[in-house]
Design a binder for this molecule. Structure first.
Ligand code: CP
Ligand code: NVA
Length: 330
C-alpha cells in the first residue's frame, strides 16, 4: 500500500517504481474527473506557497490551477518582491512559509536549495525545476507515453540534445525506475554526469531498464518509440553559451529524417517552451545572431501528427495535482 502523506517531492531517485506508478494512477483518475467536470476538492481549506526564482508557464499554471481544482488557495512568490535570497536565507524562509502554508513549491537554481528548503520545512516541499532535476515534468511525460502505447516497460525513449540538463537527467532516472530503455543522442561533452549514469545503471539492474549513450544521432534514434528534445541552453545559463551549444548540438536537431529513422509509430515529446520558429524574441535574436530559423526541433516535426507536446503539457496539470493530493491528504 503506497502512502505518500507528508513526503517531499524533490527528485525521482527518492521514489520507488511502485510510488511513481501510484502517482500516475491518481493523475489518471484526476484527469477523468476534470474532463467530466466532477468536483474533486479533496484538499479544501488548505493553502500552498509557490516560489519561482525562474520563469514558468506550465509549472506555475499547473500548480495554481491544480490547487484551485483541489479546493486550495495558492500564493505566487516571484523572482522579485519577496525577501528570499536578498535579506532572508532559504532556511528562514522555509520555517516562515511552513508556519502559514500546507505545502511549498520551489523552482530555481541548485538542487541543494530545494533540498535545504525541505530540510527546514515541516510541510511537504515540491521541486518545480532545479538546475539538476525536473521531476514533475517526468510524471507528465511517462503519463503521455503510456496513454499513447498502453505500457511503459521495454519502451525506448531517445533524448536528443543537452543530456546533462535537468530534463535529460530526469528522463534517465524515470526510464531507469520504470524499466524503460533510455538512449541519449549527444556529443560526449554533453553526456549525463558519470555518477548519475552509474546510479541509474544500478536501478536498471532491478527494473530491466537500459541506458545507452551514443554520439551518432541516427544510431541513437533507430526504432525508438519516443523522440524527446529540450532547449540547447537552459534557464540560468549565460547567453554567451549559445554559440558553443549551437556548434555542439546542430547535428542533434530533431527533424523529419530523425523521425523517419525512429519506429513508424514513434511520437515526439518536448517539455516546452521550444524554439521551433522565430516567432519569439529569443528565437528572433538567435536568428539575427546565428542565422538559425529553428533549433532543437524543426517546425515541421513540432506541428506534425507525431507530435504530442500539447497532450504532454496538459498532463502537467493532472500529475502535479496528483503530487499535491497524495502528499497533502489526511
Ligand atoms: N515544461 C516546463 O516546465 O514549462 P514551464 O517552464 O513553462 O513551467
Ligand atoms: N532545460 C530547460 C527546461 C525548461 C522547462 C530549462 O531548464 O530551461
Amino acid at each position: 500500500m503506497v502512502d505518500l502523506r507528508g513526503r517531499d517531492f524533490l527528485k525521482l531517485l527518492d521514489f520507488t517504481p511502485e510510488e511513481i506508478e501510484h502517482l500516475l494512477k491518481v493523475a489518471t483518475t484526476l484527469k477523468k474527473q476534470k474532463h467530466n467536470h466532477e468536483s474533486h476538492m479533496y484538499l479544501k481549506g488548505k493553502q500552498v506557497a509557490l516560489i519561482f526564482e525562474k520563469d514558468s508557464t506550465r509549472t506555475r499554471c499547473a500548480f495554481e490551477a491544480g490547487a484551485v481544482d483541489l479546493g486550495m488557495q495558492a500564493t505566487y512568490i516571484g523572482p522579485t518582491g519577496s525577501q528570499l535570497g536578498k535579506k532572508e536565507t532559504i532556511a528562514d524562509t522555509a520555517r516562515v512559509l511552513a508556519s502559514m502554508y500546507d505545502g511549498i513549491e520551489y523552482r530555481g537554481f541548485g538542487q541543494d536549495i530545494v533540498e535545504s528548503l525541505a530540510k527546514y520545512s515541516k510541510v511537504p516541499v515540491w521541486n518545480g525545476l532545479t538546475n539538476e532535476f525536473h521531476p514533475t515534468q517526468m510524471l507528465a511525460d511517462v503519463m503521455t507515453i503510456r496513454e499513447e502505447f498502453g505500457n511503459l516497460k521495454g519502451r525506448t525513449l531517445c533524448f536528443c540534445g543537452d543530456a546533462r540538463n535537468n530534463v535529460g537527467n530526469s528522463l534517465m532516472v524515470v526510464c531507469s525506475k520504470l524499466g524503460m530503455n533510455f538512449v541519449c543522442a549527444a556529443p560526449k561533452e554533453l553526456f549525463p554526469e558519470e555518477k548519475l549514469v552509474k546510479e541509474c545503471e544500478k536501478i536498471c539492474k532491478e527494473t530491466g531498464g537500459t541506458i545507452t549513450l551514443e554520439t551518432n544521432i541516427m544510431e541513437a534514434t533507430k526504432g525508438a518509440d519516443v523522440i524527446y528534445t529540450d532547449v540547447w541552453v537552459s534557464m540560468g545559463e549565460p547567453m554567451e553559451l549559445w554559440q558553443s551549444r549551437i556548434d555542439l548540438l546542430k547535428d542533434y536537431q530533431v527533424n523529419k529524417k530523425v523521425m523517419e529513422n525512429a519506429s513508424p509509430k514513434a511520437i515526439f515529446l518536448h517539455c516546452l517552451p521550444s524554439f521551433h520558429n522565430i516567432d519569439t524574441s529569443i528565437g528572433k535574436d538567435i536568428y539575427e545572431k546565428f542565422g538559425l530559423t529553428e533549433m532543437e526541433v524543426t517546425d515541421e516535426v513540432f506541428e506534425s501528427s507525431q507530435s504530442r507536446v500539447f497532450e504532454e503539457a496538459e498532463n502537467r496539470l493532472h500529475t502535479i495535482k496528483a503530487v499535491m493530493l497524495e502528499t497533502l491528504k489526511k
